[in-house]
Design a protein around this ligand. Structure first.
Ligand SMILES: Cc1ncc(COP(=O)(O)O)c(C=O)c1O
Length: 436
């Protein structure tokens, strides 16, 4: 990811001007100022500096009567990005044929450039989509596969992506195979060997998560892509939980196909996503919505949706400014700090009964984790936390494997320490009194 300074200059915004431009959003300006001298400290030290994070917390208008620990589903948008979206929507509405079709359609190129800069790819390799599902289905449905060709994924990939492949099984006669992902896992070599052992002469495609949504496990994308490339197999990477949470570039992953949501960890407006396709592979992928033959090598062929509001996409710029001002490494360190708070407390109160489905090593997991408490039913605990404490979580049950099942806890950068404590108190009450 580019430095805060590089990104601002890409957007044509000198750093100071960006901060001062908080005139429409003083709370954003305060949040940005709070990280103005962040380079003088380490992400780990900043993670525990509550006064800075208080400014970030204030930059979100969220319902504080609820403790929202399911930001991995969809995060609130920062208030400044939401304002930007609202303004763009009103502008478009004033004269749609000019403001929407012409002006805003063109302005999307600045968003493409900024996201490409963040990912470290060429803007001509990046399409703006509505979400990770659209990005990934474009690849999973758009790559040619013949009857009998095999696709490999895992037993923990996102259900909609699996549904997509299952539809191809019914429609095109492909064969779907699934690797049983060790959980938690701290052996990347074994993982790569496991995937390789499942390839056959008919395997054409692998679908993997960069960060597994069930547990937060980081998969060794670069090594898996290298292994698959040697075997002539394409790899589609599901980055729904990685972009905006982990710091990485396309070159570090060396992948050819990557899809991500921006409304999870980037805190961009809802209904935003990106699709990266390596330039020379663009012609291979059929778009979901038809495009002209002359567009076959143009990344914009994946954006042929007809009339649509561009306000959300244009406000991605605001979310990127916010993200880079705080700093990707600082964000991740804060998420890990919040995770450590609840893990330590629950370890103290639940002891051996606490089962973590996630390695806490920074090499193997992002900033969230999933847990199960022996003797407590996951779904009953989830419902009890909601009913009695207004704590919102999500849980994973069958068909996910037993070793990955549990409650996933995904705070975000606006989450307060008090909210983490409230969640822990709820679990402790369940430990004392049972779930009811
Ligand atoms: C791993 C994974 N892939 C894809 C998606 C779909 O994301 P979206 O709702 O942005 O399409 C999700 C959503 O939670 C996810 O967790």
């Amino acid at each position: 990811m580019p430095s805060r300074r590089a990104l601002f200059s890409l957007l044509g915004l000198p750093l100071a001007a960006t901060v001062a431009a908080g005139c429409s959003s003083p709370r954003r300006a305060r949040a940005l100022e709070a990280f103005g001298d962040a380079h003088e400290s380490t992400p780990e030290a900043l993670a525990a500096d509550e006064s800075r994070w208080e400014q970030v917390q204030a930059a979100f208008d969220v319902d504080r009567s609820v403790v929202n620990l399911n930001n991995g589903g969809c995060s609130p948008t920062s208030s400044a990005a939401l304002d930007a979206q609202r303004r763009r929507l009103e502008f478009a509405n004033a004269l749609p044929m000019v403001n929407l079709w012409r002006i805003q359609h063109g302005e999307r190129e600045a968003v493409r450039r900024a996201l490409a800069e963040s990912l470290g790819c060429d803007p001509e390799e990046l399409a703006l989509t509505r979400n990770a599902s659209e990005s990934l289905e474009t690849c999973l449905l758009g790559l040619d596969l013949a009857r009998g060709d095999e696709v490999l994924t895992t037993d923990q990939d996102y259900p909609r992506m699996v549904t997509t492949l299952e539809q191809r099984v019914r429609r095109d006669g492909i064969v779907l195979r699934r690797v049983e992902l060790p959980t938690p896992c701290e052996d990347n070599e074994a993982l790569v060997a496991l995937f390789e052992s499942q390839l056959s002469a008919r395997t054409r495609l692998i679908l993997i998560c960069h960060v597994v949504n069930v547990t937060g496990q980081i998969l060794p994308v670069r090594e898996l892509v290298a292994m698959a490339r040697r075997r002539g197999v394409a790899v589609v990477v599901d980055g729904a939980h990685a972009f905006g949470q982990l710091e990485f570039t396309r070159d570090e992953l060396d992948c050819d196909f990557y899809g991500a949501s921006l409304h999870k960890w980037l805190c961009a407006p809802h209904g935003t996503g990106l699709l990266y396709v390596r330039r020379e592979r663009i012609p291979e992928v059929w778009p979901l919505m038809a495009a002209r033959h002359e567009q076959r090598a143009d990344i914009r062929k994946f954006e042929e949706l007809g009339t649509q509001p561009y306000a959300a996409q244009l406000a991605i710029l605001e979310a990127l400014v916010f993200h880079h001002a705080i700093g990707a490494a600082n964000k991740l360190a804060r998420l890990r700090y919040l995770r450590q708070r609840w893990v330590d407390r629950l370890r103290a109160s639940a002891g051996e009964r606490l089962q973590l489905r996630t390695s806490l090593s920074p090499r193997f997991s992002a900033g969230f984790a999933t847990f199960h408490i022996d003797g407590l039913d996951d779904q009953a605990l989830l419902e009890s936390l909601w009913r009695r404490e207004r704590v919102l979580t999500t849980s994973f049950a069958a068909p996910f494997p037993e070793r990955a099942r549990g409650l996933r806890i995904t705070p975000n950068i606006y989450t307060t320490l008090n909210e983490i404590e409230r969640f822990c108190e709820g679990v402790e009450r369940a430990l004392r009194e049972g779930v009811r």
